[in-house]
Design a protein around this ligand. Structure first.
Ligand code: ADP
Ligand code: GLC
Length: 475
């Protein structure tokens, strides 16, 4: 059996700020069916340590980046975890990256250097008699694994998955020694990026394989438009880069057995959920489609474009229900829209159960992202027959079949895509949505197609297992 150490800064259902946690939380079970045993190394945040059962100390360090630390092996929420108990780094409640002032913890470079350093130690020495065949890190928080294992000839192969290249994991160049880095590698071929240390760059340069979460984003990463300054690095490493699409947890997101909703297995079953959602959100009956959004409210997610395009939807009797939080300005803008339009309801906050009720009760889910490495909510939408209306980018381009005349004629359409990604083409997509919604026969065919579209982990779990096998055989 292949032994893999996944290295992650968040993992659902224990600690989550976004889709990264869903993916790191789902991979172990998805890969178990492929002959892979995956354990996950995580920082010992309070939410992790309090959930950990049977935690046994399997290693100890007197000084892990400024204080003593232990490595605890145990289970939590069905996950096989190795947690770093280092109170000076991780005994802080709330968001894993941000302090109570909403800013990054100033010692984030040290905190996640510690995560990466411990991963490299486990790769070199094992932990409690267990040693991984592969190290698989996620995003910048695991990037420095590449540096810490450089001088160890027996180190296991390192795979780095890019969930979002917008976060380079920067650190002041004065921290080279504090982060236990080789000063001789502070250069363009090493971990230097625009005069600073970049944990992500270190990983991109030094990993044996790079993956990202959709084939389309893998291509986009090599372009100046999407590479965030790292497109040159991505082109340089194109031979080891591949796109492996995310799946969703099809137990947790199953309309036929979802405890948060009135279960259903076909288009007709959406009606009671829609009525319940309207009642819950205070939305009146209306002739047009009820559109939902579940999203972080940041520039990436393009919700400013939605605010601009919204009148077209409302004019045709459509409605919007939005759940999200993020930029104060965007939150305010949507609150104001809700105040002025009976057809708009907004919930600012984070609410898992409500997100299920919205996906089940909506006719359509809108994802107008400027870039989207994969995106998960459009996949939930497909599974629940909630038609995705998405920007033609990244994983959104790879997972939705646009209702073009040809796709409609062949009855394969599952959603709508718009390009270029701006308010005007989003407006046109919303107008098209309203027209399709009126044509009841076409609409219910699309809902059926969407519900039948595969969104599980099957093929992608196989792709990861095959990648691990290739890397270990190459040794
Ligand atoms: P990203 O990771 O960029 O935020 P994804 O679409 O990959 O985007 O994943 C977002 C995840 O977070 C999904 O599981 C989505 O349902 C969830 N989510 C985002 N905002 C909220 C919210 N306000 N309440 C509940 N769930 C949310
Ligand atoms: C990132 C991306 C999102 C992706 C998620 C999980 O947060 O923004 O598109 O689905 O990671 O891979």
């Amino acid at each position: 059996m292949m032994q893999v150490l996944s290295v992650a800064s968040e993992i659902a259902p224990l600690v989550k700020t976004g889709g990264l946690a869903d993916v790191t939380g789902a991979l172990p079970a998805a890969l178990a069916g492929q002959g892979v045993r995956m354990r996950t190394l995580v920082p010992g945040y309070p939410a992790i340590l309090s959930a950990l059962e049977g935690g046994q100390a399997v290693a100890e360090w007197p000084d892990l980046f400024g204080g003593p630390a232990r490595l605890l092996a145990g289970q939590a929420a069905g996950l096989d975890l190795l947690a770093i108990d280092a109170p000076h780094l991780f005994a802080r409640p709330g968001n894993p990256y941000l302090g109570p002032d909403g800013r990054d913890w100033p010692d984030n470079p040290q905190r996640f250097a510690a995560l990466s350093w411990v991963a490299a130690r486990i790769g070199a020495e094992g932990a409690g008699g267990w040693r991984p065949d592969i190290l698989h890190g996620h995003d910048w928080q695991a990037g420095l694994v590449a540096e810490y294992r450089r001088t160890d000839p027996a180190a296991p192969p390192f795979v780095l998955t890019i969930h979002n290249i917008a976060f380079p994991g920067p650190a002041d160049p004065g921290l080279v020694h504090a982060l236990r880095l080789d000063p001789g590698r502070f250069h363009a071929e090493g971990y230097e990026f625009w005069g600073a240390i970049s944990a992500l760059k270190a990983g991109l340069m030094g990993a044996d394989a790079l993956t990202t979460v959709s084939p389309r984003y893998a291509e986009e990463l090599m372009s100046a438009e999407f590479g965030m300054g790292l497109d040159g690095v991505m082109r340089h490493r194109r031979d080891v880069l591949s796109g492996i699409l995310n799946g969703i947890d099809d137990q947790l997101w199953n309309p036929a057995a979802d405890p948060a909703i009135t279960p259903y297995d076909g288009p007709a079953g959406k009606a009671p959920n829609k009525a319940a959602l309207r009642a819950e959100m205070g939305l009146p009956d209306a002739p047009g489609p009820l559109c939902v959004v579940i999203s972080r409210m940041t520039h990436q997610k393009g919700l400013d474009m939605l605010a601009a395009a919204l009148p077209a939807l409302l004019d045709r009797g459509g409605q919007l229900a939005l759940l999200g939080s993020g930029d104060a300005e965007l939150e305010g803008r949507f609150r104001a829209l809700a105040d002025h339009h009976a057809g708009v309801a907004v919930r600012i906050g984070y609410d898992e159960a409500l997100s299920h009720r919205m996906i089940a009760g909506g006719d359509a889910i809108l994802v107008p992202s400027r870039f989207e490495p994969c995106g998960l909510t459009q996949l939930y939408g497909l599974r629940y027959g909630t038609i995705p209306v998405v920007a033609l980018t990244g994983g959104l381009a790879d997972t939705v079949i646009n209702a073009s005349p040809a796709a409609l004629a062949r009855n394969v359409a599952t959603g709508l895509q718009f390009a270029p990604v701006n308010a005007e083409s989003l407006t046109n997509a919303l107008l098209h949505l309203c027209a399709l919604y009126k044509d009841r026969r076409t609409w219910s065919r699309m809902v059926r197609n969407a519900m039948g579209h595969p969104v599980g982990w099957g093929p992608s779990a196989k792709a990861y297992a095959a990648l691990y096998a290739r890397l270990t055989e190459a040794r």
